[in-house]
Design a protein around this ligand. Structure first.
Ligand SMILES: *[C@@H]1O[C@H](CO)[C@@H](O)[C@H](O)[C@H]1NC(C)=O
Ligand SMILES: *[C@@H]1O[C@H](CO)[C@@H](O)[C@H](O)[C@H]1NC(C)=O
Ligand SMILES: *[C@@H]1O[C@H](CO)[C@@H](O)[C@H](O)[C@H]1NC(C)=O
Ligand SMILES: *[C@@H]1O[C@H](CO)[C@@H](O)[C@H](O)[C@H]1NC(C)=O
Ligand SMILES: *[C@@H]1O[C@H](CO)[C@@H](O)[C@H](O)[C@H]1NC(C)=O
Ligand SMILES: *[C@@H]1O[C@H](CO)[C@@H](O)[C@H](O)[C@H]1NC(C)=O
Ligand SMILES: *[C@@H]1O[C@H](CO)[C@@H](O)[C@H](O)[C@H]1NC(C)=O
Length: 304
């Protein structure tokens, strides 16, 4: 997009100024992209006459370059070695675009393309600035229900929604699948964290009152990709169809299930011990007979 007034255009024709283009490019982590830098008119360039530099605008880090009779790119920053290329065939036709492979989050920068011609006393004939915005696709959200047993009325239902490895920071919505409305934000707690790869992981915990036929969905929005990923939770009995990726409870990772079971066993042991102690204290030594354990078991099921 040329940012110039007719006055500047005259200056260019008077061979004082260069064309300035500014564009924005969006790319996904790991993908390849093309940062455009094109001479606005049809003109052939001589590889022995033209100097092309691509650098990061703020730091002047060299990304790649073309210098006549110098096919080395030894001065380029190590982060771009082997990832940044100019096509010399394109350069001859006035297309100085940068091919960048395997985009990383650190590539989210403003890049400047500079073109000079030796035959014009090293005059700058083209300058372009390209802002690269980098995004990463979130994983499909996975919805789980935390309460395993058949829930009763007056009981709250808790759902979790997880999605990982996205960028930038997501927006999280929960959807009432009955009328496709958004659930109140106050009903969910969203925790977003940066992982070791610099990408965002998200977990949202939704707590809603139990209702027959309750059906919810979780939506993760990536603003940069203009993308919403939506999954449905397990529906409450009385509505059948539930779509999307569903994980029935428990929602704990496999490694933690054992610990959870151990925890439940520990709680049960404590309950039994307390029950025994209470009975012991209430009845004294004399009434401890074989009949007692049955009572304890009943107390146990009542508590569980
Ligand atoms: C190529 O250009 C680089 C950077 O200006 C310079 O260090 C190197 O010596 C040049 N090589 C040749 C063969 O001219
Ligand atoms: C690159 O330059 C080296 C010497 O600097 C030369 O041997 C080689 O043929 C050149 N390669 C190309 C593709 O021009
Ligand atoms: C892309 O870059 C990452 C590190 O940034 C590296 O682990 C991966 O192997 C690269 N992939 C390719 C296809 O070069
Ligand atoms: C993003 O990821 C989701 C889930 O992995 C996939 O369904 C979707 O097609 C991806 N979108 C793009 C644009 O790659
Ligand atoms: C979902 O929508 C239905 C229909 O509008 C409504 O009766 C129900 O209360 C809503 N559920 C929640 C949890 O908001
Ligand atoms: C969200 O989490 C905070 C801290 O863990 C807690 O105080 C708050 O009650 C939670 N809110 C909801 C709606 O669960
Ligand atoms: C994603 O969903 C939210 C909430 O429903 C909505 O505001 C937004 O416009 C949606 N974005 C896209 C790209 O569909």
């Amino acid at each position: 997009m040329p940012l110039r007034s007719p006055g500047l255009l005259l200056l260019l024709l008077g061979s004082l100024s260069a064309e300035i283009q500014q564009t924005e490019v969006r790319a996904k982590v790991g993908s390849d992209c093309l940062l455009s830098c094109m001479y606005p008119e049809r003109l052939d360039f001589d590889l022995d006459d033209v100097y092309v530099y691509w650098q990061i605008s703020e730091s002047n880090t060299v990304v790649t370059y073309h210098i006549p009779k110098n096919n080395s790119s030894g001065q380029a920053d190590s982060r771009y070695q082997g990832r940044a290329h100019l096509s010399l065939d394109s350069v001859r036709q006035g297309d100085f675009s940068l091919h960048l492979r395997n985009v990383t989050l650190q590539d989210a920068q403003r890049f400047t393309c500079l073109v000079f011609r030796k035959s014009l006393s090293m005059r700058e004939v083209l300058r372009a600035v390209v802002s690269l915005r980098v995004a990463a696709n979130f994983s499909m959200p996975v919805v789980s229900r935390l309460v395993a047993s058949a829930p009763h009325q007056d009981q709250a239902l808790t759902f979790t929604c997880t999605s990982t490895d996205g960028y930038p920071r997501p927006n999280v919505y929960w959807i009432n699948k009955t009328d496709h409305s958004l659930l109140d934000r106050a009903l969910h707690n969203d925790t977003v964290s940066l992982n070791a790869r610099g990408l965002y992981d998200m977990i949202s915990v939704l707590t809603v009152p139990w209702a027959p036929g309750l059906s919810v969905g979780c939506c993760v929005e990536n603003m940069l990709l203009q993308q919403n990923l939506t999954s449905s939770g397990p529906a409450e009995p009385s509505t059948g169809g539930n779509a999307g990726r569903i994980t029935e409870t428990p929602a704990l990772p496999p490694g933690q299930r054992g610990t959870a079971v151990l925890g439940i066993v520990a709680v049960l042991v404590v309950v039994v011990l307390v029950a025994v102690a209470i009975t012991w204290a209430r009845c004294g030594h004399r009434s401890y007979t074989g009949a007692r354990p049955v009572t304890h078991e009943q107390e146990l099921t009542d508590h569980a």
